[in-house]
Design a protein around this ligand. Structure first.
Ligand code: ATP
Ligand code: LTN
Length: 324
């Protein structure tokens, strides 16, 4: 059985880009893989976080994983900072990571324009490599923006294996082209993101019905007035990608279904679809989040499982290095 590992930072409100690009892919795979999903809080603190808010965010993200369909009988969910093996392997991997390769990471370059640069932000991809390699992971389902980090992970695994002997499995990213990069509803050239300053650009999983409707109504389109496969711009293509993802159908089928419909009518259909799905997720979320004992039990099970499994790889890596 293949091992799947992925994670999301509790660094803000989860949005439909996170759902479409990552969580919904995880849900689809959990029936036939060993699936492990992490709330990567140590990654989140590489940019300033409010200590009193992050605890709540971590539980919110874990509860959202469950509400979106991650089933704790099939998958493991745990909090990164509750398993110290991640930071220990990251230190070891640091010693074989070329400085220049980290300087070339796009996410680092983008984030260092917005935040004061700290060493943790620079080292972020090495901790991510450690997350993945500790579980002998086969597949990492993520959005397009994480591809470069997974390539680095493979490079580090290959380098370590060559230098010290076979230790890590080389992981593959799993990125679906139609859903890997959902764009802002206000700017189709910019990725929908937790840290976007324009609140109208991002639909959050916990947004109210009114907000969802307003954001879709105000989403930018183009100078055409109806849907056509041949002449729609990026903004309408993005809305159609969201529609396809929520309907779980291909873009081709969506174009056939909606060909000739006015943008106004399409936006109404899209709003209905997104509202229905998010209402379902929010209902489950409220139930799960109000039962903290249950949530803690799921996270404790995930913690024990992750510590046990990752320790095998960490010990192997230390042995190869000649460490005690
Ligand atoms: P931040 O703005 O804090 O960097 P983010 O919104 O980019 O956050 P991450 O926590 O970095 O979200 O991403 C979690 C997962 O969601 C990753 O697999 C990432 O590739 C995916 N993802 C994030 N944004 C999108 C998007 N707009 N479209 C598709 N997938 C996305
Ligand atoms: N960097 C990722 C989050 C992340 C991750 C991982 C994703 C941290 N560790 C391991 C997949 C596998 C991001 O989405 N920003």
């Amino acid at each position: 059985m293949k091992t799947v590992f992925s994670g999301i930072q509790p660094s803000g409100d989860l949005h439909i880009g996170n759902y479409i690009g990552a969580i919904s892919q995880w849900v689809k795979g959990q029936d036939f893989t060993e699936s492990i999903f992490c709330v990567v809080d140590l990654h989140a603190i590489t940019v300033p976080q409010n200590p009193s808010a992050i605890k709540e965010k971590v539980l919110e993200v874990a509860a959202l994983y469950l509400a979106c369909g991650i089933d704790p009988r099939k998958s493991k969910i745990f909090i990164q900072s509750e398993n110290p093996n991640h930071t220990e392997l990251a230190w070891i991997l640091n010693t074989i990571t070329p400085f220049g390769q980290l300087e070339r990471m796009t996410q680092f370059k983008e984030k260092s324009e917005k935040h004061e640069v700290n060493v943790g932000l620079f080292d972020y991809p090495v901790l991510m490599a450690s997350d993945i390699l500790l579980y002998q992971t086969d597949e990492v389902p993520v959005g397009e923006d994480q591809k470069q980090h997974i390539e680095l992970t493979r490079d580090l695994a290959e380098k370590f294996n060559k230098k010290f002997g076979q230790t890590f499995k080389l992981p593959n990213s799993v990125i679906h082209k139609d859903t890997a990069r959902i764009m802002s509803l206000q700017n189709p050239l910019s990725k929908m993101s937790k840290s976007d300053n324009d609140p109208l650009g991002t639909i959050n999983l916990l947004d109210t019905v009114e907000k969802i409707k307003e954001k879709i109504k105000k989403a930018v389109t183009d100078s055409n007035s109806s849907i056509s496969k041949d002449n729609g711009g990026e903004a309408i293509a993005n809305l159609l990608a969201i529609y396809s993802a929520f309907k779980d159908q291909s873009l081709d089928i969506t174009y056939n279904e909606l060909d000739g419909k006015s943008y106004g009518e399409f936006k109404g259909l899209l709003a209905e679809l997104v509202v229905d799905k998010l209402k379902e997720i929010q209902g489950k979320y409220t139930q799960i989040r109000s039962d903290e004992k249950y949530l803690r039990r799921v996270l404790d099970e995930g913690k024990d499982y992750s510590i046990n499994k990752s320790l095998k790889t960490l010990n192997k890596a230390k042995e190869q290095l000649g460490l005690m």
